[in-house]
Design a protein around this ligand. Structure first.
Ligand code: NAD
Ligand code: TYD
Length: 358
């Protein structure tokens, strides 16, 4: 029986990871620690909440005492650290909380894990690992169209979000280099799939299209992101936990680059295909909804991951092609209207008005 401490498990990728792990493994126990910010939603975990091998603890990763208590009361084998402020637009408006959670919160977790796992001689107990989940955004923006992000690409973050993630990554590296702390890091490209909060491109566009609202495309719509179905990210993390060479970092991405405008047009086309003719929402869904709006400040032009290392060394390959993944995702949102209605009531409306000036 392996004990996993998942941080941020009520968010988009964390909750998908918990579902993924319970599908793939029988001999695990998961403790999910999450402070339930606007992005955390226990509704994502309805299907697992009553399992004997699952526990939810509401705590903030910045709360040293609460985190140390979790380590002292549980023999944690693996930390999978997702908890973060994750939205670039919010980081531009309010950078401080990004530093507090993403940098200081990571420091608290690293210290608690180190204290719990370290032997008297400075070595670490067998079988322990800290998996730090990071992003390709730490590498900055690619200008040469034939260029990719490798693990060796120098860090060049531009947004407060990516700068805070880069800082956390460097802290993890410092623990590896200084203490031989048992850790791995993964840097993944943009994820999409079920349970993603509708402030991010794909669920926002699906939700707006279904509500007949404008589809706000930043700038010229030609910024490129490299999209990966969330289960393929979870698969990569699981493989790095099991087989990753201690101290190494692994880029995760499926060579699936698209311009934002292509993504928006694909969502429109797929909705038109999937929705039955008698669905009243179908008539309003067309490219006429697309509206070009003011560009994001400091908007990174292109991200593209080279996943050569994780493929070559650990045998990871993505299972889901974008054409299939986007259909699965759109169908999931259509079948989970209650989830979306619940999430977009209240505070979300205020956020939307403020951010999009409508
Ligand atoms: P998310 O915003 O959907 O979820 C973040 C979760 O962390 C939420 O449940 C939130 O309540 C929790 N949280 C935030 N602050 C906390 C705190 N101080 N203490 C405890 N819990 C806290 O984010 P996501 O998209 O699921 O991303 C998860 C991780 O993966 C992040 O570290 C992000 O940087 C990384 N990542 C995301 C993507 C992507 O495309 N979404 C890509 C690569 C890497
Ligand atoms: P997002 O999902 O916020 O992810 P990230 O900024 O971390 O890559 O945005 C993806 C891309 O979509 C990014 O280039 C910004 C763009 N975008 C829009 O054009 N309109 C929107 O309303 C949003 C939220 C994003």
């Amino acid at each position: 029986m392996r004990n996993y401490l998942v941080t941020g498990g009520a968010g988009f990728i964390g909750s998908n990871f918990i579902h993924y792990m319970f599908r793939k493994h029988e001999d695990i126990r998961i403790i999910n620690v999450d402070s339930l910010t606007y992005a955390g939603n226990l509704g994502n975990l309805e299907a697992v909440k009553d399992r004997d091998d699952y526990t939810f603890i509401k705590a903030d990763i910045r709360d040293k005492e609460a985190i140390e208590k979790i380590f002292s009361e549980n023999d944690i084998d693996v930390v999978v650290h997702f908890a973060a402020e994750s939205h670039v637009d919010r980081s531009i408006v309010n950078p401080e909380v990004f530093v507090e959670t993403n940098v200081l919160g990571t420091a608290v977790l690293l210290n608690a894990a180190k204290a719990a796992w370290e032997n008297e001689d400075g070595s670490f107990k067998e079988g322990k690992k800290f998996l730090h989940v990071s992003t390709d955004e730490v590498y900055g923006s690619l200008s040469d169209p034939s260029d990719y992000f490798y693990e060796t690409t120098p860090y060049d973050p531009h947004s407060p979000y990516s700068a805070s993630k880069a800082s956390a990554d460097l802290l993890v590296k410092a623990y590896i280099d200084t203490y031989h702390f048992p850790a791995n890091m993964t840097n993944c490209s943009n994820n999409y799939g079920p349970y993603q909060f509708p402030e991010k491109l794909i669920p926002l566009m699906i939700n707006n299209a279904l509500s007949g609202k404008k589809l706000p495309v930043y700038g010229d719509g030609k910024n490129v992101r490299d999209w990966l179905y969330v289960d393929d990210h979870c698969k990569g993390i699981d493989m790095v936990i099991d087989k990753g060479v201690m101290g190494e970092k692994y880029n995760i991405g499926g060579h699936n680059e698209r311009e934002n405008i292509q993504i928006v047009k694909t969502i429109i086309k797929t909705l038109q295909e999937i929705l039955p003719d008698d669905d009243p929402r179908k008539k309003g869904i067309s490219e006429d909804l697309i509206t070009y709006v003011e560009d994001r400040k400091g908007h990174d032009r292109r991200y593209a991951i080279a996943p050569d290392k994780i493929s070559r060394e650990l045998g990871w390959l993505p299972d889901t092609k974008f054409e299939d993944g986007i259909k699965l995702t759109i169908k999931w949102y259509l079948e989970h209207k209650d989830w979306m209605d619940n999430i977009t009531s209240g505070d979300y409306q205020e956020y939307y008005k403020r951010m999009y000036k409508v």
